[in-house]
Design a binder for this molecule. Sequence first.
Ligand code: FAD
Length: 392
Amino acid sequence: AAPRVIVVGGGFGGTAAARALVRSGIAATLIEPSTLYATCPSSNAVIAGLMPMSAITFGYDGVRRAGVTVVHDTVTAIDADARRIGLAGGQSLAYDRLVVSAGIGLRFDAIPGYDAAASATIPHAWKAGAQTALLARQIAAMEDGGLVVLTVPALPYRCPPGPYERAGLIAHVLKTRKPRSKVIVLDAKDSFSKQPLFQAAWTALYPDHIEWVPLGKGGRLDSVDAAARTLRAEAGLFRPAVINVVPPQTAPRLCIEAGLANAGDWCPVDPITFESALRPGIHVIGDAAAAGAMPKSAFSAFAQAQVCAGAVADLLAGRAPPEPKLINVCYSLAAPDYGFSIAGVYRPEWDRLVTVPGSDGLSPEDASPALRAREADLGRAWFAGMTRQLFG
Ligand code: FAD
């Protein structure tokens, strides 16, 4: 009989894996609850009013046209021994190989006062969609002179440079439309991804509109009072007009309940096949995977999907999967015409993925405005190309 391969999660990793499986001649079923997927990449531009929500929202018609069977339902349980999954709609499906790319879980128990109910008025906007639109509305409605506070967790979390891109694009709105306002970044760390590039941009573009408060200067968030709309951090009490809390993260609940995550809250995998180190027959890719040196990005999820789909095809055919090399590139904006990037190549070493020495590339610190503008355009071209490959 034809092998049954099921992919869980129709985001970057899952959609890419399902399409790659179909390209290699394997019938793949993709399970995703939502009929529309809003991308986190480019969502910071939506929050800053530079793009409409519709520009980051995609349906699954193109995925179906590519030959993937798409089922809109939620996976509620994975039985690794019986090789079956249960769906919220009541169905139970058997698989030979399962690929899970279910994203992240947000820890609503980590910051006193910041739970799921609080996120209805104090957005995290770390899963795109309604949360993105809510934060965009709050920024647009804020009066001049208001304070925006953005809080950032310790690593690891989805998209290491994402909070700093967001801070810069919010500062761009403030500088151009609400010049007496300011954004304060309360950070649970003392350093961050692409820090010299971000900080040089902020000094040049937003000297009066961004303040970064690292851990060592009191950046740790202690509690949130959603009713009073205040924050307590080590640095003091804040009463912002707009609050954006990015909470600490874990693998999603489905992965934790299925026994795919370890004590570190993420899912250990074989770096050649992305098969779970804990549950045979199940592959975990994307943000939920503990992928060593690879950052949690859409580009990483896409690269892992290609490797994983190839490995699944090999394993089903009784072949040994080859040692892969994986690439990640992350573009960030500091302003609509000011971009930069970080790149790396990764390969397996023992049980993890490591950076290939000398492969990591960073935009130069002394680039001309023309190069910054070109990198901003390259970032937009990456987004257009990636979403066309996934959903087109
Ligand atoms: P997701 O894309 O989140 O997909 C997971 C899917 O699984 C979801 O559609 C969800 O509905 C589904 N799902 C969850 N649970 C279940 C279940 N039980 N049953 C069925 N389906 C389920 N990355 C970049 O490379 N470049 C960028 O510029 C960039 N910018 C970013 C900006 C921001 C503000 C943020 C927050 C992130 C950004 N990222 C960027 C990171 C990127 O969004 C993630 O790394 C990427 O989405 C991870 O893909 P994934 O497949 O693991 O998860």
